[in-house]
Ligand binder design. Structure first.
Ligand code: FAD
Length: 381
């Protein structure tokens, strides 16, 4: 392959990160995204030191530092009385011990920063993949708009309902976990009247539900909450629905007045289903490989789902750099061998929703450096 044609399907956080990292390895990937454009939807995201080391490699660490909130601690608090259950040092401690900052950011700002760093002409919108065929010598991609493209390698970064996963493993809807997440982003000004000192980053817990709360900007002028609340059923035809303050008050009855103030402060609340799959038996076949939610969707309770997608992207780029794209089967096997254990462990801990509820050591997650970790060889079959 003189100049391999790499197609990435899906320009979410995993796909755009893969595109930037592959460019750094000298490739010129094309991104195909179904959406007509991206907008700043209301959601925050944690960006741990494990991801910030990847942003450093891409050249975006400084811009991230300037964009995000820098919490000194992650607090866990008891829902009813705000008693501190854990206090995990971040801030300077994270920089010193894990090798980079711990940020909380607006998801849309983070995504836009990466999109802006990628050549616009190589990111094609309105390209919803509907069919894919591996012809041995190349792969043919068919899109809803009737267009067709060819590639030597296809990376499926197309999320929890991945068409590429379906092509490899058959149609199977993801599993609804029985939990939903409410999300709201709002101006921090609205909190002044309640007279509390709100934490920079806190998770409120009770037996079967929680609320994670943090700032999403460096100026700390926007605050965000995201919940995990049991709900028996979800209509799988809907990606999300509108929620309400009444629903939130009912779900968090008995929680501390600080939580009631957060519910009171914002009436624009959305509700999302939390979906999972069991670890997949394969991550690649022929010239196709997957990353992120396409191959290991998880509950968001470690705030590491996108982090795993971005780490996957970095490891895949590292394996291409090491092995070369000609020997893609070896590169894919090396990639999976070096990602499966970590991604599956994060999936499991996220499922159990125990992360940082007590004063545990988070070094295995935050201290990980995808570029430095020694590579393990794939098992021979
Ligand atoms: P996605 O972000 O789903 O991107 C997939 C992309 O592919 C989309 O742009 C989609 O439009 C496109 N696409 C899909 N199908 C096609 C097609 N057929 N053709 C073309 N394009 C297609 N993670 C964290 O790291 N930290 C957090 O704090 C955090 N909080 C979360 C809170 C909630 C409530 C939820 C639900 C998730 C949270 N996550 C968090 C997890 C994170 O959102 C996902 O793990 C992450 O977005 C996965 O990235 P991805 O690129 O694999 O998939």
């Amino acid at each position: 392959m003189s100049k391999p044609r790499i197609a990435i399907v899906g320009a979410g956080l995993g796909g755009i990160a893969a595109a930037l990292l592959l460019r750094q390895e000298g490739f010129e990937p094309i991104l195909y995204e179904q959406a007509p454009a991206f907008s700043r939807l209301g959601a925050g995201i944690h960006v741990g030191p494990n991801v910030m080391k990847i942003m450093r490699r891409i050249g975006l660490e400084g811009a991230m530092e300037a964009m995000g909130s820098h919490p000194d601690y992650w607090y866990s608090r008891n829902g009813a009385d705000a008693a501190i259950l854990s206090q995990i040092p971040l801030g300077d401690f994270a920089r010193k011990h894990y090798g980079a900052s711990y940020l909380t950011v607006h998801r849309g700002d983070f995504h836009q920063l990466m999109v802006d760093a990628f050549p616009a002409s190589s990111l094609l919108y309105n390209k919803r993949l509907t069919g894919i065929e591996d012809r041995g010598r190349n792969v043919v991609l068919r899109f809803e708009d009737g267009t067709v493209a060819e590639a030597d390698i296809v990376i499926g970064a197309d999320g929890v309902n991945s068409v590429i996963r379906e092509h490899m493993l058959g149609a199977e809807a993801p599993r609804y976990t029985g939990w939903v997440a409410h999300r709201a982003v709002f101006s921090a000004d609205r909190l002044a009247k309640y007279g509390f000192k709100f934490d920079q980053c806190v998770k409120w817990w009770s037996e079967d539900r929680h609320m994670m709360v943090y700032y999403v900007t460096e100026k700390q002028d926007e605050y965000y909450y995201v919940t995990g609340v049991p709900q028996a059923e979800w209509d799988m035809s809907k990606a999300w629905v509108q929620s309400s303050q009444e629903e939130m008050r009912e779900a968090f009855a008995g929680y501390h007045p600080m939580v009631q103030a957060l519910i009171d402060a914002c009436d624009d609340i959305t509700k999302w289903p939390l979906l999972e799959r069991d670890p997949l038996p394969l991550w690649s076949r022929g010239r196709m490989v997957m990353l992120g939610d396409a191959c290991h969707p998880m509950k968001p309770h470690m705030a590491q789902g996108a982090a795993m997608a971005i780490e996957d992207a970095a490891m895949l780029a590292r394996c291409f750099g090491q092995v070369g794209v000609e020997d893609y089967e070896t590169a894919f096997a090396l990639y999976r061998a070096n990602r499966i254990e970590r991604a599956s462990r994060v999936q499991k801990v996220s499922h159990d929703n125990t992360w940082l509820r007590t004063n545990e050591d988070p070094a295995w997650v935050f201290g990980y450096d995808v570029f430095e970790v020694p590579l393990i060889e794939p098992a021979r079959v």
